[in-house]
Design a protein around this ligand. Sequence first.
Ligand code: ADP
Ligand code: MG
Length: 480
Amino acid sequence: MKNPLEKYEVVIGLEVHAQLLTKSKMFSEAPNQFGANPNEMIGPVCSGQPGSLPIINQTAIDLGVRAGVALHCKIHEESVFARKHYFYPDLPKGYQISQYERPYCTGGYVEFALKDGSVRKINLVRIHFEEDAGKSTHASHGTLVDLNRAGVPLIEIVSEPEMRSSEEAGQYLRKLRSILRYANICDGNMEQGNFRCDANVSIRLHGAKEFGTRVELKNINSFRYVEKAIDYEVSRQADALEQGEKIRQETRGWNAVKGVTEIMREKEMAHDYRYFPDPDLPPLVISPQLIQKITTEMPELPDAKRIRFIEEYQLSEYNADVLTNSQELADFYERVAKGSGNAKSAANWVMNELLGRLNAVGKEIDDTPVSAENLALLVKNVDSDKISGKIAKTVFDEMFASGKSPDAIIAEKGLVQISDPAALEAVVKKIIEASPSEVAGYKSGKTKLLGFFVGQVMKETKGQANPGLVNDLVKKHLDG
Ligand code: ADP
Ligand code: MG
């Protein structure tokens, strides 16, 4: 179908698994550490040895509560761990410990801005604790099992089916990841699988009351792929409906090479898992005092920072959203804004020039070759007319390439803006003398030719002339 969005409305609900930044696992003292050799980071509990018993990791609980507070949830004083059964080689116990009927958090929301500046608020159904499973690798001689990840503490954050486009899903995920990183709950590393997303996608006719049948897209490891997978899935479902087919409730995976979603399995139902409360674990108790303590210790989160940036620096909603995406980026921006005394220009440089270039070379703000101090200095140099805005771009390129200070580059390359009227007047006169036909044209009323003269002077001075001054001088000589 050409444009399925004309006929159908998209409905998306996201389930996110975030790995908690603990030293040890959810129910044992085995280390929670990435990158070790297979099965080095395990103990009897991870491998489900007979007689081993789980013990709740309090740090994991504290981090989970921190997430509940940061996401405005209702945190329950009592919740229950449940066994979720399935049969798989990487799950030696035969079940995963999760929470089912009584999760520790319900409600809450995530707020984010879209490109058009509008703000969306997506409600959460719940957050629950869960232990991760191990990893199976299917080799030619059999299945290899690595249990290093087994028992790693996770929270699963489940949204209401309230998102209506792939852009909203992408922005929701970016904001959620950003909040979890600000509050030091999860490192958000998607390549390592520490922040993973399942996207539930359905479509329905515009105006329809009932939701359509959903398809679950599993474990997609980048924001861009989530957006692409959703877009693909929407067209696929629309095409199917147009041909009179029914959508089957199934689990699909994203094939990044082919750019398509592919069926993995029919969707399992809750009763397939035979959930029941884990008899080895007491109900989880979270005291109001703990919630109070964690609330008091919470750092400034992206939403509060965004609002402060809008007020303090007069930024647009969208720019403030982008610049508060990570603590590191927000700090960097604030240093440039304060150092230069020009918050608006600082925002432009950071967003349009610096982030664009970092993106192009696949780097994060932590690896920027341009320091905040040097960028502030560059903004100051433009504001004080030491260099023109155009030359500033050239200087910035050099700063990005070499990490040098703008002043060093300006001195080395002799890029200081020419603002000496006598020096410029000589160039203006020369250009006017060399262009008799344009002068005649201008005098006969083609005042647009002013731009031609200014352009010639700029060219002659390699872009270093002060453009305002050139404009005045050209006018003076032509009109006078
Ligand atoms: P399960 O646990 O079986 O995956 P849930 O009812 O908990 O099922 O829902 C999981 C996710 O699916 C939630 O994020 C929810 O918002 C979303 N969801 C439910 N129904 C739909 C639908 N028709 N279209 C899109 N998303 C949906
Ligand atoms: Mg699910």
